[in-house]
Write a protein that binds this ligand. Structure first.
Ligand SMILES: [Zn+2]
Ligand SMILES: [Zn+2]
Length: 327
């Protein structure tokens, strides 16, 4: 059984894994089918996440098939499932409110513990979600990253005809384009990368794309900040209408200038949004059941997992949207 393993930042190898132990009553063994490479995998790969626990096995966006199930597991052998890759305690103040995404004991797998980029993995069954038959494998591997967008866009309550600016065309920005388009918004996508802007235009009928420098005095009802660099966060606060809403998905550790005068006097609402809950997974699956809702432009390519090195470098190049490994 082979696994990807990150000995240290940039030192990613394919190696023979230790034999898996017998599964417990509440665990399943999965054969991994596809694994999506996420921005956070790239940050772990590059050594940009301070709490990443090297050495570790990366990966968290996977579709797998159950090949063994413990006796207390409610799912059958053969079921296709995706992994819910952020553990939660279920008992803290936030979990008690259903906000498992901000659980004080949350652990992102593939960052602070071993992830799932391997031929086979064992996982607690509470962290797997069955995929309905109507969603094929290539759509199913998008459920986890798309759930991030579902969680975020709900906060803005986007209505038909709203002007929505989406800042940043990474995976979450691109998914935001598709979902805001489904809500009937008038969408402006802002990014410096023409390749990504071209992908954004394929996600809706009426998607306008611009370089950040080409936004002058225009203001938007809703701004989705999905770039996570200081300039884009500052631009997001500048381009929101009085009374408007910003949803912040992008993350940076760098300082950002906060326009207190505008935020207060214009009654701007800023929501932070981090990952998802199981409810968001269920909603993401509902959206994906609709075959006319096309997210396929976001999946740039699928490559054999043995070509992981090129796949990670391609993902870093900025010339692709999502890249998935086929295990
Ligand atoms: Zn991810
Ligand atoms: Zn908790």
């Amino acid at each position: 059984m082979l696994e990807l393993y990150l000995n240290n930042p940039s030192d990613l190898v394919l190696r023979e894994a230790k034999a898996l132990p017998p599964i417990a009553e509440d665990e399943v063994k999965l054969k991994i089918v596809y694994g999506g490479i996420c921005g956070s995998d790239l940050k772990v790969y590059k050594g940009l996440i301070s709490y990443a626990a090297y050495p570790l096995r990366p990966g968290h966006e996977v579709l797998g098939k159950i090949i063994e199930a413990g006796k207390n597991v409610p799912h059958k052998v053969g079921a296709r499932v995706v992994v819910f890759p952020n553990t939660f305690c279920g008992t803290c103040e936030y979990c008690a409110q259903g906000k498992t995404n901000i659980c004080t004991l949350k652990q992102p797998i593939g960052v602070s513990s071993d992830g799932v980029f391997a031929q086979e993995v064992i996982i607690e069954s509470k962290y797997i979600v069955p995929v309905p038959d109507g969603i094929d494998d290539e759509r199913a591997v998008l459920i986890e990253p798309f759930a991030v967008t579902v969680h975020a866009l709900k906060k803005a309550n986007i209505q038909k005809g709203n002007s929505v600016a989406i800042v940043g065309c990474g995976t979450e920005g691109l998914f935001s384009v598709a979902l805001a388009n489904k809500f009937g918004a008038n969408i402006t996508v802002i990014d410096i990368n023409p390749t990504k802007l071209a992908i954004a235009r394929r996600l809706g009928e009426n998607v306008r794309t611009v370089h950040p420098k080409d936004i002058k005095d225009e203001l938007f009802d809703v701004v989705i900040e999905a770039a996570g660099v200081p300039e884009s966060i500052e631009q997001s606060m500048n381009i929101v209408k009085p009374g408007g809403t910003i949803v912040a998905i992008g993350i940076t550790c760098d300082p950002v200038n906060y326009p207190a005068l505008k935020i207060v006097r214009s009654e701007v609402t800023i929501y932070g949004s981090i990952i998802y809950t199981l409810k968001d997974f269920a909603e993401a699956i509902e959206y994906l059941k609709d075959s006319t809702f096309d997210l396929s432009p976001v999946l740039s390519k699928i490559v054999p997992y043995t070509e992981f090195h090129q796949a990670f470098e391609d993902a870093l190049s900025g010339n692709f949207a999502k890249i998935a490994l086929k295990f």
